[in-house]
Design a protein around this ligand. Structure first.
Ligand code: FE2
Length: 286
């Protein structure tokens, strides 16, 4: 199986929100087109296995980090990217749940990076007509961390978050740390000097299926967990309508597939960054 040579087999992948896996619980899922079992013992110890075609079990690496459970097929996985905000003790880590979607996880990440659809898809929440223009922003590939980073993104938003009481110009930073991981930093209305952190951790279950895990790491002492969750799920429900219409379901990353007029700079950079890697899973390379 060629896919085994891909570096995503050395990566950590999310399979659950940490709060959804209880002590003594075992769960089945799919990861990189394999059946996987993972669980927590009564003592809280994590473990994972993948199922060979002949029915045998192979051990996986397992850990809890950033409010999620992560598995890797490798016995020596690559170190996971850093999100320092999770160490700040006044933040709340809240899961907005897991959503199974009939589309490549790369499509889910690319859609998450799309600011141009705010006024049309998230009308009167993350955008509103006539303010439909995406203002210029910076995009670069950080060669040291091997991440795509977009800075100085800003958008006039009627209801930027559960804590926003009035329309504000929201500032955004996007980090794409791995092909299936995107992290959004956005203006934190109660504390404008800091950023709320919204993580899209995508579980690449099959080439044309993924499970999106959304984790919030927010500064907010007003809303309940349920209110934060509901806000995020409303947004995500609107994105689902778009995602389900993507054709093809895998993400085309070949240069001749690009439409430079239509594509925005962040999505174009993301596709180019994927193209420069060895990624096959969920992508169309020709
Ligand atoms: Fe969206």
């Amino acid at each position: 199986m060629n896919n085994q040579l891909e570096s995503i087999f050395e990566d950590w992948h999310p399979v659950s929100a940490a709060e959804d896996l209880h002590a003594g619980q075992e769960t089945q899922t799919r990861l990189l087109a394999r059946n996987v079992t993972f669980g927590r013992t009564a003592d809280g110890v994590l473990s994972g296995h993948w199922h060979r075609d002949d029915g045998g079990l192979e051990p996986m690496s397992a850990m809890e980090k950033y409010g999620a459970i992560w598995l890797s097929f490798s016995a020596n996985p690559k170190p996971i990217f850093d999100i320092p905000e999770f160490q700040e003790t006044d933040r709340r880590v809240v899961s907005a749940g897991a959503t199974r979607i009939n589309v490549s996880g790369l499509r889910a990440v690319e859609n998450f990076l799309d600011m141009a659809h705010f006024p049309f898809v998230h009308t009167d929440i993350l955008g509103a007509e006539p303010l439909t223009e995406v203002l210029p922003y910076n995009v670069e590939v950080d060669e040291i961390r091997n991440e795509v980073i977009a800075t100085e993104c800003r958008f006039a938003q009627p209801k930027a978050s559960a804590t926003a009481l009035e329309p504000i110009e929201t500032k955004y930073i996007y980090r794409v740390t791995r092909p299936y991981v995107a992290i959004l930093y956005k203006t934190c209305p109660p504390d404008p000097a800091r950023w709320d952190v919204l993580c899209l951790f995508v579980q690449p279950s099959d080439e044309e299926w993924c499970i999106a895990h959304t984790l919030m790491c927010y500064i907010d002492d007003v809303n309940t967990d349920e209110q934060l969750r509901r806000f995020q799920q409303t947004i995500f429900g609107q994105d689902l309508m778009i995602l389900l219409n993507h054709v093809p379901k895998r993400l085309p990353i070949a240069p001749h597939r690009e439409n430079p007029v239509k594509a925005d700079v962040l999505a174009t950079t993301y596709r180019r960054w994927l193209r420069s890697s060895d990624l096959q899973f969920g992508a169309i390379r020709d």
